[in-house]
Write a protein that binds this ligand. Structure first.
Ligand SMILES: [Zn+2]
Length: 318
């Protein structure tokens, strides 16, 4: 099961809560599931069509909890091989559909369905608990979150710009910074920060998934910082090794051209020490000399040797 499905599964099993919250959550599911409310010849019908079993289950449970109506449920298998299924939850009796549409504010006083379910009426979302419930419904209806092992991405897809704005505002109320991007004809509210996504799951009430998400995130962060350190150390070692290789090259060149005897005592000693131990650090090289020389002294002499080699290369003599 994908991480997204796990989160939805968890959300679909949460206690429905108080009636005000149930209504808010239903309003989100109905308004975001698209093409849900319809009126034909004065009759109202409400249909939720989804491929997500958890969303279907939640919708069914909430309707039953709040209205004591028994929705009709049907499942269809689309592609036998891919095992894709879709669920349809419907309220076919006009009175039932009307009751739900009125309660969720998706129909006006004249009985007209707002075809563009842009924003859910603000009075439904006055309480903090209802705002959480609304966001939960929105996520169940059209949200997804990427497996944190891969990367951090949380999104809720809306067909209307106004719904996307409302969702972003509600997340902002909880201190979470979501953004909106236009993808084809959809307005996608998204978050890409691990900490923000983690907080968003807390707002939705997906506490078990949140713990799993956090565990993976911590392990990943530790692994990344260890990797960074290892890479950094490896880079330092490489740097040291290639510096030593260059020093040896210079010393061998001096030896071949003018001979090490021509060097002053201090330089000759350090050249000898380096040839003797190509892998020694500057500190170790200094300790090989008598009297011992400090790291900066060694560095100074090696640089001098390099200058001499360079001078011979350019002028052909010392
Ligand atoms: Zn509430």
């Amino acid at each position: 099961m994908s991480f997204s499905s796990e989160v939805k599964e968890e959300l679909s099993h949460l206690k429905a809560g108080d009636l005000h919250c149930v209504i808010a959550e239903l309003a989100a599911i109905i308004s975001l599931s698209g093409g849900l409310a319809r009126s034909g010849q004065g009759d109202y019908r409400l249909r939720l069509h989804t491929e997500n079993a958890a969303a279907a289950r939640r919708f069914y449970t909430l309707i039953r909890t709040a209205f004591d109506i028994q929705p009709k449920v049907s499942a269809q298998r689309h592609n036998y091989l891919k095992k894709t299924r879709s669920f349809q939850i419907s309220l076919d009796r006009s009175g039932d559909a009307l009751m739900v549409l009125k309660a969720t504010g998706l129909i006006n006083n004249l009985g007209e369905i707002d075809e563009v379910h842009s924003r859910v009426h603000d009075p439904l979302l006055q309480r903090t608990c209802c705002r959480r419930a609304y966001l939960r419904g929105a996520f169940l209806a059209s949200g997804s979150v990427t497996d944190p092992e891969k990367n951090y991405h949380f999104e809720i897809v809306c067909s209307q710009a106004e719904s996307a704005d409302q969702i972003r505002e509600l997340f902002a109320f909880f201190g979470l910074d979501a953004r909106i991007v236009l993808r084809k004809k959809y307005h996608v509210v998204y978050m890409k920060e691990g900490t923000t996504i983690s907080d968003a799951m807390n707002v939705l009430g997906a506490h078990i998934s949140l713990m799993k998400f956090e565990n993976i995130r911590i392990v990943k962060d530790v692994r990344n910082s260890v990797n960074r350190r290892v890479n950094c150390e490896a880079a330092n070692i490489n740097k040291t090794v290639s510096a030593a290789r260059k020093q040896i090259e210079d010393i061998e060149y001096i030896k071949k051209t003018i001979g090490l005897d021509k060097l002053s005592g201090g330089l000759r000693d350090i050249a000898g020490a380096r040839l003797e131990d190509p892998e020694a650090s500057l500190k170790e090289l200094g300790e090989m000399l008598s009297p011992a020389v400090g790291k900066s002294g060694v560095n100074h002499r090696l640089r001098k040797l390099s200058q001499i080699a360079q001078h011979i290369r350019e002028s052909g003599h010392a």
